[in-house]
Design a protein around this ligand. Structure first.
Ligand code: OAD
Ligand code: ZN
Length: 266
């Protein structure tokens, strides 16, 4: 079977363990030192968390401007809080999947940085150690007036918007809402890691939300080999070095397996 023709391998004979990767990519994988995984909602899809766009996407059912912004929260804090509480409930019931676990295991072989747009905390639960969260984390909350932190599991979660014990202000989830700045230190660190990386995997993101979507571009500009893993083509496909189409929970463990073999030969 010819290498580098993943898309041309007939589905019927392609078992989940005989995926063929491009030689150029395998060479990069063999000698790389620093790897960045830039992830989006797609990496958590196989855990059972809905993505934002696409047929079943959250933004098809909910209007972001009614829920994911500060004015909406101040106008109707209980409604917005309840929605995040609902998402927390879902996240607490699910587990990281084989994609998250593979990324964590890459740390045995490389200097790995995860730069994620997800707020679901699943990379941390899977064991990744260096994670920059560009859009915040649903397990953290803070007071809108005095910025006191209220983080799970030490914070009892209610179905209505809680009040700050220190000043009585409203407590909000520590996630980035529309119109808000991203945490600048996380963004800058993530951007630097991408620019210095040898390989940047862009996993399960439509790559349309900025400034997060600049991360793969910084990687490319810095000379990194950019590999996209997605179910389908995205905005980014034409500018990456290699696109691998399929489920991240199936593809990442196979790349990890290849890496293990390649690194033991060194
Ligand atoms: P999207 O919902 O826009 O995109 C998810 C991507 O994952 C799509 O390109 C899918 O094709 C792909 N996908 C789905 N299942 C997959 C699987 N099993 N394996 C591989 N790929 C899969 O989600 P994001 O790109 O993360 O921001 O969205 C970016 C931001 O938009 C989010 O962080 C959120 C949202 O508005 C804020 O809330 C600030
Ligand atoms: Zn307060």
């Amino acid at each position: 079977m010819e290498r580098g023709t993943l898309q041309h391998v007939p589905r019927s004979i392609k078992s989940s363990t005989d995926m063929q990767f491009k030689d150029q990519f395998l060479q990069k994988l063999k000698y790389a030192k620093r790897i960045v995984f830039f992830t989006g909602a797609g990496i958590s899809a196989e855990s059972g968390i809905a993505t934002f766009r696409g047929a079943d996407g959250i933004w098809n059912k909910m209007k972001p401007e009614e829920l994911a912004n500060f004015d909406a929260f101040m106008k109707n804090p209980d409604l917005v809080w309840e929605w995040y509480q609902h998402r927390r409930d879902i996240i607490h019931k699910v587990q990281p999947n084989t994609g998250h676990f593979a990324i964590a295991e890459f740390e045995k072989f490389y200097d790995v940085t995860v730069v994620t747009q997800n707020i679901d905390n699943l990379h941390k639960r899977a064991g990744s150690s260096k994670i920059y969260e560009l859009h915040g984390n649903i397990e953290r909350n803070y007071c809108v007036d005095c910025y006191e932190s209220y983080n799970t599991p030490n914070f009892e979660l209610t179905n209505t918007a809680p009040r700050c014990e220190k000043c009585g202000g409203l407590v909000r989830p520590d996630v980035v809402w529309f119109g808000e700045m991203l945490p600048q230190d996380e963004l800058e660190s993530g951007d630097k890691a991408a620019a210095w990386s040898d390989i940047c995997f862009v996993v399960g993101t439509s790559a349309v939300v900025y400034p997060a979507a600049y991360i793969p571009m910084s990687a490319k500009k810095g000379g990194s080999y950019v590999v996209e893993i997605n179910l389908e083509r995205t905005e980014l496909s034409r500018s990456v070095d290699y696109s691998i189409y399929g489920k991240s929970g199936e593809i990442l463990p196979q790349i990890l397996e290849q890496a293990k073999n390649l690194r033991t030969d060194l």
